[in-house]
Design a protein around this ligand. Structure first.
Ligand code: ADP
Ligand code: MG
Length: 310
């Protein structure tokens, strides 16, 4: 069996501009069918997924209702169940050994420089006046409109380890597919109490799901990392008339392109870094492609495919 981490982009579960539950359900069924097919071809599957639209909707709901607001770590955990449950149910319908969703915590370093400079926008858009009255940090975001718009910004620290990776490993060994690391995992820090006891504390941050997928994959000694998104390749000169797809690449080549500023921070860059780190960390191969191109990519005929430096 080939141990494979499949990282599903939030945008493959709810396309940009799609709001309906029916659309989300349909995408979830498609994702489960794809996982089932990978499994039929001899793979042990860990499925990770984004949660951007879903956590955004929870933040909107919180603002609309006069109920106690849950902190962001709890909202991330909520989205792990919100998406994990239907994925798990669809996978249960397809395999004898079924699937289990793991509420997954991911350790981050409390001294990560990301905590000094929150950059990741989450939740609704605000006017300048609304933003000024919010009890959290906001930043101006570009919308293409004349009117300035603001959103909450939170730190996006780098994950250092996945708290539940040993349990995920046990589930895989028993033949169960695992949904884990949803939304990049619930970020936690290690703390010591005054009494000298070690404990985990949830923090108000979000972790990039591609980075978490890599850390989890490396900890599980996975052979493959399949990063599925809404573009068929990582491109050079993306969005210009000269855009060119990257096909077969090594981690060193990817890092060179990343250092030259080719991949946008917060979207393609973390995917590229995740693939490079995964292969450098012992993985056989990693790829970035869309669900439609996955089968051709696995045959070496589509997608951005990363294999070790010689
Ligand atoms: P996901 O939900 O799959 O993580 P993201 O929006 O985070 O999706 O990342 C995918 C997006 O990255 C693409 O839709 C594309 O617009 C953007 N992108 C930025 N730079 C590049 C690049 N160099 N090559 C391809 N896509 C890129
Ligand atoms: Mg993303």
């Amino acid at each position: 069996m080939t141990r494979t981490v499949v990282a599903l982009g939030g945008n493959t579960l709810l396309r940009r501009g799609e709001q309906s539950l029916d659309a989300e359900r349909r995408r979830i069924r498609e994702a489960a069918a794809l996982v089932a097919r990978l499994r039929d071809r001899g793979r042990e599957i860990v499925l990770t997924h984004g949660n951007g639209p879903q956590v955004g909707h929870l933040l909107l709901q919180q603002e609309a209702a006069d109920v106690p607001a849950q902190p962001l770590d709890v909202l991330v955990a909520e989205t792990q169940a919100q998406l994990g449950y239907p994925l798990q149910r669809e996978l249960d319908n397809r395999f004898d050994d079924g699937a289990v969703t793991v509420v997954t915590q991911v350790r981050v370093d409390p001294d990560d420089p990301a905590f000094d400079e929150p950059t990741k926008p989450v939740g609704p858009f605000y006017t300048a006046e609304e933003a000024a009255s919010k009890p959290f940090e906001t930043a101006r975001v570009s919308t293409g409109d004349d009117e300035p718009a603001y959103r909450r910004v939170v730190p996006s620290p780098t994950p250092t380890s996945v708290v539940e990776s040993a349990q995920v490993r046990d589930l895989l060994s028993s033949g169960t597919a695992v949904v884990a690391g949803g939304g990049g995992g619930v970020p936690v820090v290690d703390e010591e109490t005054d009494a000298g006891e070690r404990r985990l504390r949830g923090v108000e941050a979000v972790v990039d799901k591609d980075r978490t997928s890599q850390v989890l994959g490396t900890e599980l000694d996975a052979a493959e990392l399949l990063v599925l998104t809404d573009v068929s390749h990582a491109y050079l000169d993306y969005g210009t008339d000269d855009q060119r797809p990257l096909t077969a690449v090594t981690p060193a080549e990817l890092r060179r392109h990343a250092d030259a500023g080719e991949f946008a921070a917060g979207s393609m860059r973390p995917k590229v870094e995740a693939c490079a780190d995964f292969v450098d960390g012992g993985g056989d191969r990693a790829m970035i492609t869309s669900p439609d191109h996955l089968w051709a990519a696995l045959d070496g005929e589509a997608g951005t495919r990363v294999t070790p430096d010689d």
